[in-house]
Structures are given as structure tokens and as C-alpha cells.
Design a protein around this ligand. Structure first.
Ligand SMILES: Cc1cc2nc3c(=O)[nH]c(=O)nc-3n(C[C@H](O)[C@H](O)[C@H](O)COP(=O)(O)OP(=O)(O)OC[C@H]3O[C@@H](n4cnc5c(N)ncnc54)[C@H](O)[C@@H]3O)c2cc1C
Length: 468
């Protein structure tokens, strides 16, 4: 701290400007708070800079490249389809820049003071912000901590060189010939698929019995089928043991059912999970209680064990997803403004942008069973939907979980093309407490993928038109 540093007073200070932090700052400012946001890296956090957005830009271009080469079945034959990966990276960068520039404009437009630097809590009402040359103390009435998470490093796979974390994989300057992905969760599966579309030979090593463990087996099946069709190799129950750099690449040693194997590749991408950024923030010193996994313990408003400090996003329990961070952000800002807001996660969707996409909201069958809920599951296949047929993308289904007693919708799972969009309506229906009849009676434009939700709802009430 600079000697003679006079503390700056603010109402609400937000630490971290990802989808949690910047949304919290804007909402708090809208509700009349004097707000300061502190960010040590780039505005937009992981999601906009090295997460959701750049990964979806890469995936989108990879689909274009893949489709351009494989249209024969539909009568489209293209010769000499080429890939300029430098341009792909430029495109990705331009999307990121547009969005992060937009965040800055929104923060300024809402009169949020943006401070560059690293925040460190001194106590429950003050923190210090340090950059390379100076330090400044801020006194606050309330703080919202949204410092996000970082990739977990595993023994013998030190990040750097040929061992990539997700950021390294997003920023490759050439398409690798061979890529090993350690961890078949959503990040590894999405990035693996993108590179497979660009022509990389991809091997996924997954420690568990299945990849994409957060989704039901029957949902994951079409994804695995498609991965295999792309030439991707999936090794499950595979324990990654070490990565050793070779002259031109990396040798990965792993073990499957007691048998040791090796595989050589240009790079190995390690995506085995993320760790909350709560260890270098002074939170414990300020009295904030953390779980044994380093997550901040919070109540339904996001308030930690210290009354004036709130926490949201990847540093609190629950799914580490951008929209969850933004949702919690609004609740915390509203709670600080004295409103009666509380989180309710029943309508929280989870999406994975593999091929086909996976999306779910509310209860799965397994969860309903576990809680002893009397439910009905009603499925409608993509194969029977006109839009899906015209898109030549017919793998997948829409499944509704409804209560037996009154057909109230309590959950939905979608696997198939554009599942990420199909799920939105079903989340809304759950939030609104709708039943299958409400969805069945809603006129859906034809031909759309959304019609499958209506058809599955008709099935739930025993009146299906396009299935038996
Ligand atoms: C490759 C990849 C793809 C993803 N795809 C999706 C997706 O499709 N959909 C989805 O919902 N989620 C996705 N995610 C997850 C999503 O990015 C995170 O859930 C989300 O960014 C969490 O938001 P947050 O605000 O909690 O934290 P972050 O976005 O991580 O932001 C935290 C910010 O805090 C800053 N910070 C940390 N410590 C300090 C400090 N001491 N002082 C000042 N600033 C600090 C960091 O620099 C960072 O900018 C993806 C993640 C990755 C890695």
C-alpha cells in the first residue's frame, strides 16, 4: 500500500468482471448503488475471453468446415475446401472483442467505476486493489465476489509447451494432426469435437465409465456415435499417468484396467475440472467460510458467513456455468438493495455444445426416482420431426418429466441439433409452473424443432399425433 493512501468509499464493490461480476455491477447500479468493479484481467472474465464465447466461435467454424466437406448426401459437392486457421482465430478474436467492448460500454453507461488491478480483502468492509505500481484501499458497505475458476492441473501434466489447458487449446495457431484430451467432460468433449471437425485425430481419455457424466446415458449415446463417426477415439476408465515431451510432440502414458498404454500426439489437452479462485483473495482473513473444496458457503441470497460479503458464480456450489453466475449476480445485487430475492435453481439449464447438443433443465428421471416422486417420462424423437428431417439431423429426442398426479412439468432433457435453443421454452414452462396440457395447447410454428416439445407434451397427456 502506498504510504498516505486515502481509502476510497463506495457502496458496493464487485471483484471480478466475468458474467457474474459485470452483471452484478450493472444490476446494483440500476438499483441505486454507487458501484466499483475490480478486474485483474480482461472485462468479460473466462466466459467471454477464454470460455463460452471463443469455444462456440471455434465450434461454429468447425461445423461449417465439416459441412462444406460432407454435403454429398444432400447433393452438395465441394472440391478443394481449404482452411485458413489464422483467419479462424481472427474471427474468434473479433467476436470476443465485440462482446468485451460491449461489457465496458454497458458498465460505463451504468456509471460503474472500472478499476484495473488485483483485489485482496483486508476485512469485512475494506479491500486493497494492487497493480504493478500502486495500491489503493476501498471501503465498501457490501462486496460481491465473482472471481471465477481456473483449470485444475494434474500430477505429471504441468501446463505449458505441449500440455494445454482449455485456453491453450483455444489459442492454437495451427490445427494439430493428433490431439489427446484428458477428461471427457463438456469442455474436453466440445473442444475435441471442434478439432476433430478441423481434421485432427482426437483421442479422449476419460477416467469414469462414461464421458459427459452430467448427462443420462441415453442422451450421451448419440454424441458418442457421432464422435466415432468423426474418427474420434474414446477410452473410458482410462487413468492418465504422465505426459512426456518428445522432439515433435508429446507422449501420454495412461492405464486402462491395469494395462499401461502410451499414445503420441502433437498436444495433450487436460480438462479434468476447474478450481475456484478463492485462495489468494484474503477471504479467510476477512472471516469468510469456505468449503473443503474452496467454495464460498453462501445462503440463498449469495451472502457469505460475513454479512457484507456476497459470492456468486464459479466460486459458490452448483454448476460452474455462465448463466448461473449471472442469475446469482442479479439475486445478490437485489438482496443488497434490500429486495426479497432468493435463488431457485429448478429452472437452471445445463447445455453441452457437442454434436448433437445436450441440454437439460429441472429433474431427470434418476433425480425424480431418488426423491420418490411419482413421475411420467414422455419422449418424442427428432426422427419424427419435419424440421429435423429437412435439416438432415435426426439423431436425438425431447423428453419431458411430468408429475403423474397433474402433469406439471418438472424436468426436460433434449439431445439433438439446436437442443440449446429447444430447452429454453421448457425452462420457462417449469418456471411458470405449467403442465403438459399448457404446452400441448400452445401453438408452435411449423416446421420447427420447438414442435417436439408440444408433441412430447401431447404424449404426456395421452394424445400424441405424430407418434404411436
Ligand atoms: C472452454 C470453456 C468453455 C465454456 N463454455 C461454457 C458455455 O458454453 N456455457 C456456460 O454457461 N459456461 C461455459 N463455461 C464456464 C463459464 O465460462 C464460467 O462458468 C463463467 O465464466 C463463470 O463466471 P464467473 O463470473 O463466476 O467467473 P469468471 O468468468 O471466471 O470471471 C472471474 C473474473 O475475476 C477476475 N479475478 C479473479 N481474481 C481476482 C482478483 N483477486 N481481483 C480482481 N479480479 C479477479 C478474473 O480475472 C476473471 O476475469 C466455459 C468455460 C470454459 C473454460
Amino acid at each position: 500500500m502506498v504510504v498516505g493512501d486515502f481509502p476510497i468509499e463506495t457502496d458496493t464493490i464487485v471483484v471480478g468482471a466475468g458474467p457474474g461480476g459485470y452483471v452484478a455491477a450493472i444490476r446494483a447500479a440500476q438499483l441505486g448503488q454507487k458501484v466499483t468493479i475490480v478486474e485483474k484481467g480482461n472485462l468479460g472474465g473466462v466466459c467471454l475471453n477464454v470460455g463460452c464465447i471463443p469455444s462456440k466461435a471455434l465450434l461454429n467454424v468447425s461445423h461449417r468446415y465439416d459441412h462444406a466437406q460432407h454435403g454429398e448426401e444432400l447433393g452438395v459437392k465441394a472440391e478443394n475446401v481449404t482452411l485458413d486457421f489464422g483467419k479462424v482465430q481472427d474471427f474468434k478474436g473479433s467476436v470476443v472483442n465485440k462482446l468485451t467492448g460491449g461489457v465496458e460500454a454497458l458498465l460505463k453507461g451504468n456509471k460503474v467505476e472500472i478499476v484495473k488491478g488485483e483485489a485482496y480483502f483486508v476485512d469485512g468492509n475494506s479491500l486493497r486493489v494492487m497493480d504493478e505500481t500502486s495500491a489503493q484501499t476501498y471501503n465498501f458497505k457490501n462486496a460481491i465476489v465473482a472471481t471465477g475458476s481456473r483449470p485444475i492441473e494434474i500430477p505429471n501434466f504441468k501446463f505449458g509447451g505441449r500440455v494445454l489447458d482449455s485456453t491453450g487449446a483455444l489459442n492454437l495457431q495451427e490445427v494439430p494432426k493428433k490431439l489427446v484430451v484428458v477428461g471427457g467432460g463438456y469442455i474436453g468433449s466440445e473442444l475435441g469435437t471442434a478439432y476433430a471437425n478441423f481434421g485432427t485425430e482426437v483421442t479422449i481419455l476419460e477416467g469414469a465409465k462414461e464421458i459427459l457424466g452430467g448427462f443420462e446415458k441415453q442422451m450421451v449415446a448419440p454424441v458418442k456415435k457421432k464422435m466415432k463417426a468423426k474418427g474420434m477415439t474414446i477410452e473410458t476408465e482410462a487413468l492418465a499417468k504422465s505426459a512426456e515431451e518428445t522432439e515433435n510432440g508429446v507422449k501420454v502414458t495412461y492405464e486402462v484396467k491395469g494395462e499401461e498404454k502410451t499414445i503420441e500426439a502433437d498436444y495433450v489437452l487436460v480438462t479434468v475440472g476447474r478450481r475456484p479462485n478463492t485462495d489468494e483473495l484474503g477471504l479467510s482473513e476477512a472471516g469468510v467460510k469456505l468449503t473443503d473444496r474452496g467454495l464460498v458457503e453462501v445462503d440463498k441470497q449469495g451472502r457469505s458467513s460475513v454479512n457484507s460479503i456476497f459470492a456468486i458464480g464459479d466460486i459458490v456450489p452448483g454448476l460452474p456455468l455462465a448463466h448461473k453466475a449471472s442469475y446469482e449476480a442479479k439475486v445478490a445485487a437485489e438482496a443488497i438493495a434490500g429486495q426479497n430475492a432468493e435463488v431457485d435453481y429448478i429452472g437452471m439449464p445445463a447445455v453441452c455444445f457437442t454434436e448433437p447438443e445436450l441440454a437439460q433443465v429441472g429433474y431427470t428421471e434418476a433425480q425424480a426416482k431418488e426423491e420418490g416422486i411419482a413421475y411420467k417420462a414422455s419422449k418424442f424423437p427428432y426422427q419424427a420431426n419435419g424440421r429435423a428431417l429437412s435439416l438432415n439431423d435426426t439423431d436425438g429426442f425431447v423428453k419431458l418429466i411430468t408429475l403423474k398426479e397433474d402433469d406439471t412439468l418438472i424436468g426436460a432433457q433434449v439431445v439433438g441439433t439446436s437442443a440449446s435453443d429447444v430447452i429454453s421454452e421448457l425452462g420457462l414452462a417449469i418456471e411458470a409452473g405449467m403442465n403438459a396440457e399448457d404446452i400441448a395447447l400452445t401453438v408452435h410454428a411449423h416446421p420447427t424443432l420447438g414442435e417436439m416439445s408440444m408433441e412430447a407434451a401431447e404424449k404426456a397427456i395421452g394424445l400424441p399425433i405424430h407418434t404411436m
